[in-house]
Design a protein around this ligand. Structure first.
Ligand SMILES: Nc1ncnc2c1ncn2[C@@H]1O[C@H](COP(=O)(O)OP(=O)(O)OP(=O)(O)O)[C@@H](O)[C@H]1O
Ligand SMILES: CC(C)(CO)[C@@H](O)C(=O)[O-]
Ligand code: BAL
Length: 282
């Protein structure tokens, strides 16, 4: 594995890869790698000759009261894990390298941002879209891999790539979970042992609400009630929407997403289930 810190060096290496006829798969991350990230790498490895992973905790997507400073970081451990899993090139720019001077222009996302995390984290998806656009321009991959845990992010990036006519295929990857059902997340390390014990109930309540309900109202009632029953976390939102359009779901029809965010003392956790209610073969 080659580890690269500058955009110039990365572009030169990737130019040589392309000249050899190699396809490039890209996995953007904020590091503190876990099995969720590694599954994105596995997917990229299946379809590409060269797999680029970036690790960059992007300040543009954090609000002033959010956890940018305390976001978990361990670049050396991450580099070992990435190498073991077969990443070809690990790109670890610092803030100076990515935003040498203040960006002269940034992206503003208009569609699909007034709901779910977008409604709760003002400007978050503008920061995500801006850095993802920049990273995609640097790497120019044929495929880029994103986890469905951040389902709104996938929906927004899909639209961005379409609207800007970008030549990259966005590949959404299923959520990887701990054995007890908790969605893997870098922020899970910030849960206390008691919180960690309770947190699998987040996924359990999503599954329960879906399994028990015949109508939208019933489903949301069950989800709200059970989310409020969690003792150590506060409900940020639980919403039922169409996917990937993220419109209000008025019927249990078509592809839907039941998405939730819960605030523990030092970690905001998100999770979701995307499913088609009329399909019985799940
Ligand atoms: N459990 C998971 N399963 C599948 N993909 C995941 C999972 N967790 C993260 N990803 C994906 O990995 C990519 C990088 O995410 P990121 O580095 O923010 O990790 P994270 O664990 O989601 O961090 P945090 O939970 O703190 O936001 C994103 O596309 C994200 O959706
Ligand atoms: C896509 C991303 C790497 C952009 O900073 C980040 O939002 C993430 O890790 O999901
Ligand atoms: N995976 C989403 C990154 C964030 O929470 O900012």
């Amino acid at each position: 594995m080659i580890r690269v810190e500058t955009i110039k060096e990365l572009k030169a290496i990737l130019r040589a890869e392309r000249e050899k006829g190699h396809t490039i798969g890209f996995v953007p991350t904020m590091g503190y790698l876990h099995e969720g990230h590694m599954t994105l790498v596995d997917e990229a490895t299946k379809s590409n000759d060269c797999v680029v992973m970036s690790i960059f905790v992007n300040p543009l997507q954090f609000g002033p009261t959010e956890d940018f400073d305390s976001y978990p970081r361990d670049l050396e451990r991450d580099a070992l894990r990435a190498k073991e899993r077969g990443v070809t090139i690990l790109f670890t720019p610092n803030e100076e390298e990515m935003y040498k001077r203040k960006m002269s222009a940034t992206l503003q996302v208009h569609d699909g941002v007034n709901v779910l995390c977008g409604a709760k984290r003002e400007g978050h998806f503008d920061g995500v879209a801006t850095v993802v656009m920049k990273l995609l321009n640097i790497v120019s991959p044929t495929h880029a891999y994103f986890g469905k845990k951040d389902a709104q992010q996938v929906a927004i990036i899909w639209r961005m790539v379409e609207d800007f006519e970008m030549d990259v295929t966005i590949v959404p990857v299923d959520i990887v979970r701990e054995e007890d059902g908790l969605a893997m997340s870098s922020r899970n390390v910030r849960l206390t042992p008691y919180e960690r014990k309770e947190a699998p109930r987040i996924y359990a309540l999503l599954k329960h609400a879906i399994a028990q309900s015949q109508t939208v109202e019933e489903l949301l009632d069950v989800a709200f009630k059970q989310a409020h029953e969690l003792e150590l976390a506060e409900l940020d939102y639980v919403e039922l929407r169409t996917f990937p359009d993220l419109k209000e779901a008025t019927k249990l029809e078509g592809q839907l997403i039941l998405a939730i965010a819960m605030n523990y003392e030092h970690a905001r956790l998100i999770d979701n289930i995307i499913w088609e209610p009329t399909r019985k073969d799940r």
